[in-house]
Design a protein around this ligand. Structure first.
Ligand code: ATP
Length: 250
C-alpha cells in the first residue's frame, strides 16, 4: 500500500473514535432486553431514521423535537408510537414527557452542540440507563462522553469510512471491528482461491488469518475443515488483524 494511503487506512481503521470499550460492556445487558422502550430526541434525518426503524421493528418509540412541524410530521408518517414537542434542554419538560422513564434515549441533535450536550447531561443526570448521542465532530463526541453518554455515534464519519472501504475493497461485504487492530470480515472469495481447499491455501500460515466460516452460496459452514473447498463468488468469514486482512488478494 502506498504510504499516504496506508496512513489514511491506519487513521480511519485503527482509531475509531466511537464504539464501546470492553470494560463498559455491562450496560449492553440493557440493549438485549426485548421489551425496551426508546425515546428519540431530535427529529432530523438521523432521528427520523432511528424512529422509523425502531417502530418498524415493533418497538415502542417516542419521538420529540422542539419544532412542532417535525413532531406533527412524525405522527402523520406514523413512524413512532407517540411524538411530543418539547425543549430537551429543560429538565422539567423532559420529566413531564416521561423521558426519564425510558431505558434508552437517543439524542439525535447533531448540529446544535450546546443543546445536544445539555440534553445528554439532563437525561443521564436523571437516571436514564442507556443514552446514545450523535456527535458532529470529534470534540463534540468527547464532550458527550464527558457528560455521560454511553454510546457516541458519528454517522457521517462512519458512513464516509464505509463508503471508502466499499469503493476500494468491494470484496469486503461486512466488517466487524473487534478493537483498533483486529476485525472479523465477510469477503467475497477471490478468483485465485477458487476450488482450492483450506489445506492447499494455507491461509493461516500465509496470511495469519483464521477462516471461521465458508459459504456455498446458500448457507455458511461454520468451523470448516481443512479439506473444505472454496468457490469464487461465494463468501467466507475470516478473523485476524486489519494488516493481514489487507494482504488478502481481494
Ligand atoms: P440530520 O438530518 O443529519 O439529523 P438535522 O440538521 O436535521 O441533521 P440537527 O441539526 O442535528 O438535525 O437537529 C436535529 C433536530 O434536533 C432538529 O430537528 C432540531 O429541531 C432538534 N432540536 C434542536 N434543539 C433542540 C432542543 N433544545 N430540544 C429538542 N429538539 C431540538
Amino acid at each position: 500500500m502506498e504510504s499516504h494511503r496506508k496512513e489514511n487506512y491506519d487513521r480511519h481503521h485503527h482509531k475509531k473514535p466511537w464504539g464501546i470499550s470492553l470494560p463498559s460492556l455491562n450496560f449492553l445487558d440493557t440493549l438485549r432486553r426485548d421489551n425496551r422502550q426508546f425515546a428519540v430526541i431530535g427529529l432530523g434525518r438521523f432521528g427520523r431514521a432511528v424512529c422509523a426503524t425502531l417502530h418498524k421493528l415493533g418497538y415502542d418509540v417516542m419521538g420529540t423535537d422542539i419544532d412542532e412541524r417535525l413532531v406533527a410530521q412524525v405522527i402523520t408518517d406514523k413512524i413512532a408510537s407517540t411524538a411530543i414537542q418539547l425543549d430537551s434542554t429543560k429538565p422539567i419538560a423532559l420529566k413531564e414527557a416521561g423521558i426519564f422513564e425510558f431505558d434508552t434515549v437517543i439524542v439525535a441533535i447533531g448540529n446544535f452542540i450546546e443543546e445536544s450536550i445539555i440534553t445528554t447531561l439532563n437525561v443521564k443526570e436523571f437516571g436514564v440507563n442507556c443514552v446514545v448521542a450523535k456527535a458532529s465532530t470529534e470534540i463534540h463526541g468527547k464532550l458527550l462522553k464527558r457528560v455521560g453518554a454511553d454510546i457516541v455515534v458519528f454517522p457521517e464519519y462512519e458512513a464516509g469510512c464505509d463508503l471508502a472501504y466499499t469503493l476500494t475493497k468491494p470484496a469486503i461485504l461486512e466488517r466487524f471491528d473487534l478493537d483498533e487492530e483486529n476485525s472479523i470480515v465477510e469477503i467475497r472469495i477471490p478468483e485465485e482461491f477458487d476450488n482450492k481447499s483450506l489445506a492447499e491455501l494455507q491461509i493461516r500460515a500465509r496470511f495469519g488469518l483464521n477462516v471461521i466460516a465458508i459459504g456455498d452460496g446458500d448457507k455458511y459452514k461454520i468451523n470448516p475443515s481443512p479439506l473444505d473447498r472454496l468457490h469464487k463468488n461465494c463468501a467466507m468469514v475470516v478473523m485476524g488483524s486489519n494488516r493481514d486482512i489487507q494482504r488478502l488478494p481481494i
